[in-house]
Design a protein around this ligand. Structure first.
Ligand SMILES: C[S@@+](CC[C@H](N)C(=O)[O-])C[C@H]1O[C@@H](n2cnc3c(N)ncnc32)[C@H](O)[C@@H]1O
Ligand code: SF4
Ligand code: SF4
Length: 308
């Protein structure tokens, strides 16, 4: 199950061990970002996404499970719910109600979307239901049409409408990909700027943990400490890279979230991780490597200090 490799002795790693990674057992859950996958169905087939190779059964999360998640997350002091994983959350017709239920309980709620269904009305309804922000994953026009095989014009229309909303500042654009020219990127930035939107992050695509083992330089991964993903059927995978739920850490139908977070299996995974014995999936994952702000962001979540 585990492979041992040498850890580079960087300051980041030392800092990680002193803070987030100081123990394999979690006592404070408040910094965990809970990620319920309300559906793994999608209306896109992005070339960079593992959705197209995912073999898991497709479905939508049932109300009893969603409500159990909210109740237990509240009990243990989780503060943030990011509605997303391997699917398009806007396909769930209960998204507005679910946002409202979570928001009423005091959670900060976000979601990630491809934006195709994000029209003016739905955007406003989500904002009125209490969503803190909606992250739109986008690329410059030519790259968008190549990687998504969809008409950028639909997104353009949605953005034109959302630009008139009183809640427009709740739309966050993340730019994903690198298959575009400098000129295309500048045009894209100008297009967003004209509408009053800015790019929050530029993300290079990661490999969904599919590279050859040991192919990558390694850093500790904060995700084992500060994110918790629940698939639509209640199964808990390692993280969002574990798109097929290869490592099943438990099922929320049968266990309290707290008991999965600190189960003997999950604690052992974290303990071994700290000792430099990494799961195969982690060795195949280039996410920390590529988006190397992840540890900084983890530290930021943990300490409340902006480290980026
Ligand atoms: C898997 S998607 C699910 C939510 C929604 N369907 C969307 O596209 O935003 C969640 C996030 O992962 C990003 N994503 C997908 N494939 C990726 C990859 N290979 N590298 C980095 N991010 C990726 C998407 O752009 C999106 O921001
Ligand atoms: S990135 Fe999002 S929209 Fe694209 S295929 Fe994956 S889940 Fe669907
Ligand atoms: S290294 Fe990759 S696969 Fe492992 S926990 Fe982190 S994000 Fe997930």
């Amino acid at each position: 199950m585990y492979k041992k490799i040498l850890i580079s002795n960087t300051k980041q790693n030392e800092y990680f061990k002193e803070t987030l990674g100081k123990s394999e057992i979690l006592e404070d859950y408040s910094h965990i970002e809970l990620r319920p996958e309300i559906t793994n169905c999608c209306n896109f087939e992005c070339s960079f996404c593992a959705h197209q190779i995912m073999k898991r059964k497709k479905g939508f999360m049932k109300d009893d499970l969603f409500n159990k998640i909210l109740k237990e997350a509240k009990e243990i002091g989780i503060k943030t719910i990011d509605i997303r994983n391997m699917g398009e959350p806007l396909l769930d017709e209960k998204l507005v109600d679910r946002t409202q239920a979570a928001s009423k309980l005091g959670f900060e709620v976000h979601t990630h979307t491809n934006g195709f269904l994000l029209n003016f009305n739905l955007f406003n309804e989500l904002c009125e239901a209490g969503i803190s922000y909606i992250i739109l994953s986008l690329s410059p026009r030519t790259e968008f049409e190549k990687t998504r095989n969809r008409d950028f014009g639909v997104i353009e229309n949605n953005l034109n409408e959302i630009a008139r909303s009183n809640y427009k500042e709740r739309l966050i654009v993340d730019m994903i990909g690198a298959d575009h020219t400098q000129k295309e990127e500048e045009e894209f930035e100008q297009f967003l700027d004209n509408l009053g939107f800015q790019i929050r992050k530029k993300l290079i695509t990661h490999n969904f943990a599919t590279s050859n083992i040991n192919a990558l330089k390694y850093n500790y991964c904060h995700r084992l400490w500060n994110s918790f993903t629940i698939n639509w059927n209640g199964d808990v995978p390692l993280c969002c890279m574990d798109y097929d739920g290869q490592l099943n850490l438990g099922n929320v139908y049968n266990n309290h979230i707290r008991d999965i977070i600190n189960s003997s299996l999950y604690s052992e995974v974290r303990k071994e991780h700290l000792a430099g014995n990494f799961l195969e999936i982690c060795l195949k994952c280039d996410n920390n490597h590529i988006n190397n702000n992840l540890i900084n962001r983890a530290l930021e979540n943990y300490t409340g200090v902006n480290t980026i």
